[in-house]
Design a protein around this ligand. Structure first.
Ligand code: ADP
Ligand code: MG
Length: 347
């Protein structure tokens, strides 16, 4: 029995702390792409171009035409817990995708990050961060907006590098992550290129939200889905539900796309998935899953998005209200479309 030596408590240096935090923020190339596209959306971009090589393992590049950053902003942007999106007084009312101020610091800690940016009325500038080491800001040439390049993701964290899957699997995950945001942002145009090959391209949709969403979903999910889906657009107790839910006749046996958004944020939420299932109860055969894209919006005070570092989960102040709205809208819509559940309609 070895004598126990009292350990020494140390403050971790910033680069180690960043690498640890990066483990939660950036799981794989798709999560890095998601963080960068969300930043572009938060910057008000109307056009976002995404390019990856080797599934994002070798290169991820996200270019936007958003507000850009000044030379003075750049060192702050890559430091941890620095954000322009909240000031600490508004944690209960988050309106942006970002707010943790961790993504760029994390990406710079685990790969080779270069940010080139130009804000209106300012000269373009560039900063580079390699495995946590931040270089001086340099002048650059660029249009208004931002280009973020991340090379050799996880080269600085070999343990994580080992968990990367094949180029094909990582490319698929990136495309899925981008598509989820493409479906939430109909007024923004996107391109995604993998290994020089264009995966998809959508121009910004025009017009009011419902019509723009419908056009965007027809492009992403297929015309077939929209033509065979119930349109939903309803409001109750300060919660709004918009979207499209496939008619039972359209539903396919295999795993089908179910996309859920809360205040524009893609989420995978057990409560909402359960509500979707309950809405179809008795009209869909066992083992079949409805395809649906549902957008819930409410006052940001009524939902906590600060539950999970990747922000995939949310917590409603009144979960039963959110569930009830989805279940009753689906049952009502399905009944009107002639798919009357035997005894459950009319809650
Ligand atoms: P967060 O998004 O949580 O604020 P990030 O680390 O992702 O944290 O970004 C830090 C800051 O850098 C942002 O708050 C924003 O001010 C700035 N920033 C990041 N990406 C962009 C971009 N594409 N365009 C303009 N500013 C950006
Ligand atoms: Mg961010």
């Amino acid at each position: 029995h070895a004598p126990h030596i009292r350990p020494i408590i140390r403050q971790l240096d910033e680069s180690t702390a960043n690498r640890i935090a990066a483990g939660e923020v950036v799981e794989r190339p798709a999560s890095a792409v998601r963080e960068l596209v969300e930043n572009a959306l938060d910057a008000g971009a109307t056009r976002i171009d995404i390019a990856i090589d080797e599934g994002g393992k070798r290169l991820i590049r996200v270019s936007d035409d958003g507000c850009g950053m000044t030379a003075g902003d750049l060192p702050l942007a890559v430091s941890r817990h620095a954000t322009s999106k909240i000031d600490g007084s508004d944690l209960l009312a988050i309106r942006s995708f970002g707010f943790r101020g961790e993504a760029l610091a994390s990406l710079g800690a685990v790969g080779r990050l270069t940010i080139t940016s130009r804000a209106d009325g300012d000269d373009a500038a560039r900063i580079a961060v390699t495995a946590g080491r931040v270089d001086a800001v340099r002048p650059a040439a660029a249009n208004r907006g931002t280009v973020v390049e991340l090379r050799d993701l996880f080269f600085a964290t070999p343990a994580r590098l080992k968990f990367m899957r094949s180029e094909r699997a990582e490319t698929q995950a990136v495309a899925d992550a981008v598509r989820r945001l493409v479906m939430a942002e109909p007024w923004v145009g996107f391109t995604l290129t993998a290994g020089g090959r264009e995966i998809f391209r959508v121009d910004a949709e025009q017009g009011e939200l419902f019509g723009a969403l419908q056009t965007r979903l027809a492009r992403v999910m297929g015309r077939d889905f929209i033509d065979n889906a119930l349109p939903l657009d309803t409001e109750r107790d300060g919660l709004t539900l918009t979207g499209f839910a496939a008619l039972p006749t359209y539903s396919r046996g295999a795993a089908v796309a179910q996309h859920l958004y809360v205040n524009g944020r893609p989420v995978r939420d057990k409560l909402l998935i359960g509500a979707l299932r309950a809405g179809y109860m008795d009209v869909l055969a066992q083992g079949r899953h409805p395809a649906a894209v549902l957008y819930l919006t409410c006052d940001p005070q009524l939902v906590d998005v600060n539950v999970h570092p990747a922000k995939a989960e949310v917590r409603f102040r009144d979960p039963q209200a959110a569930r009830g709205l989805i279940v009753s809208a689906l049952r009502h819509g399905l009944a009107q479309a002639g798919h009357r559940a035997s005894s459950t309609v009319g809650d």
